[in-house]
Design a protein around this ligand. Structure first.
Ligand code: NAD
Ligand code: UD1
Length: 346
């Protein structure tokens, strides 16, 4: 049974991936500072693990701390060796992700995202643990004229958050090139992750007013926020609202497991991979499907375009399919249903 370190494993995507890892017979060590998640949320992960199979509970543990703290990270690796088992790979979610905040506080984003990854790599190198999955983002592409974006599209982020993700990808490529027959690295470029675990026990719960559309829709539906503003209805798209590639968080979690298995069983590699469905949904379509699927009202009005938005961004996911045999299975209706089930239980 392989032991995997999951940085930021108490967050939205990390928690779903941890559950999936446990179900696939991995041992999971989470390191999380709780800067954007809570201790209570870890209790929920454990309740879910226990519900699936009480044995899973013995295979997960958490360390509270910041990945920029090298002593903490080294302590986790040493403790693992002393327990008689090495950490065989790292899935690295820990980071900050609010685009607007990154514009106001760029240094904070370089510190958390870049320096955090830098420290992690130093420690991984020291303990000769050289298998890494990194949470990148479709935001690295910026604007593109392509209909479906492939991994070879130009890298052209438009905000500090995106710059940190692109810089980390470059840094990881340098690290790989320095020892190409030692490192195994996958940078997973997520499109728009939404939805929640079908149990309704874990999901996304952002602090304060949500930045992204899906938690916003949920909070309008439950009355916490009065009204959704749709940013522009004059885009060059089928209904005038922006098109995005929404992907169910459990399909995304599965993409991590398959990437990890691919890295562990193949020769050393560096890969960039799009994780999206290849299907575009407009903001208006998303709102309508959410209302119909969940029999709720989401009052909205049209507002001005948001700075930095683009009309359409949808993944070409054929590389992930050919390398990993990964194919997302959940529809946008399922994403809306699962997301709302979780929202009602928060
Ligand atoms: P999240 O905020 O829910 O989870 C991140 C977790 O990392 C949180 O639990 C937080 O407390 C922890 N964390 C942050 N900085 C830390 C540090 N220095 N040390 C230890 N723990 C730290 O975010 P998420 O949506 O699960 O995203 C996970 C990763 O995926 C992030 O790197 C994000 O940039 C990337 N990503 C997310 C999306 C998205 O839409 N959710 C899209 C593309 C990429
Ligand atoms: C945003 C980030 C991107 C990040 C991604 C996933 C920006 C500019 N980009 O992308 O870096 O990788 O989230 O976390 O923030 N919308 C509304 N009303 C709202 C909120 C959003 O109409 O209140 C629209 C937006 O204009 C957009 C769509 O909904 O067309 C999706 O928005 P959002 O969830 O913020 O994701 P992205 O903009 O795709």
């Amino acid at each position: 049974m392989k032991r995997i370190l999951v940085t930021g494993g108490n967050g939205f995507i990390g928690s779903h991936t941890c559950i999936n890892l446990l179900q696939k017979d991995y041992e999971v060590i989470i390191v999380d500072s709780f800067i954007n998640s809570s201790r209570d949320f870890y209790e929920r992960i454990k309740i879910l693990a226990n519900r699936i199979d009480p044995k899973l509970l013995t295979r997960i543990k958490i360390f509270e701390g910041d990945i920029r703290d090298k002593n903490l990270l080294e302590g986790i690796f040493i403790k693992s060796i002393n327990d008689g088992k090495r950490i065989e790979g790292v899935i690295h979610f820990a980071g900050l992700k609010a685009v607007n905040e990154s514009i106001k506080k760029p240094s904070k984003y370089w510190d958390f995202n870049f320096i955090g990854t830098f420290r992690l790599i130093e420690v991984m190198e020291k303990f000769e643990c050289r298998t890494l999955i990194f949470s990148s983002s479709a935001t690295v592409y910026g604007y593109s004229k392509e209909f479906l974006i492939t991994e070879s599209a130009s890298i052209n982020p438009k905000n500090p958050y995106g710059y940190t993700k692109a810089a980390i990808e470059n840094f990881l490529k340098n690290i790989f090139n320095s020892k190409p027959n030692k490192w195994r690295i996958a940078c997973l470029r997520y499109f728009n992750p939404i939805g929640a675990h079908s149990s309704g026990l874990i999901g996304e719960n952002p602090n304060g007013i949500p930045n992204n559309i899906f938690p916003f829709i949920n909070q309008v539906a439950n009355g916490r926020i009065q009204n959704l503003e749709i940013y522009g209805n004059d885009w060059d798209t089928r209904d005038g609202t922006c098109i995005r590639d929404y992907i169910h968080v459990m399909d995304l979690a599965e993409g991590h497991i398959l990437s990890l298995e691919f890295l562990l069983k193949n020769d050393c590699k560096f890969i960039n991979l799009n994780l999206g469905t290849g299907i575009g949904t407009s903001v208006l379509e998303l709102v309508n499907i959410f209302q119909e699927e969940n029999k709720v009202k989401v009052p909205f009005n049209y507002a001005d375009r948001r700075d930095g938005d683009i009309a359409r961004i949808v993944a070409d996911n054929s590389l992930a399919y050919s390398l990993l045999n990964w194919k997302p299975t959940k529809t946008i209706n399922q994403m809306c249903k699962d997301g709302w089930r979780w929202q009602q239980k928060i």
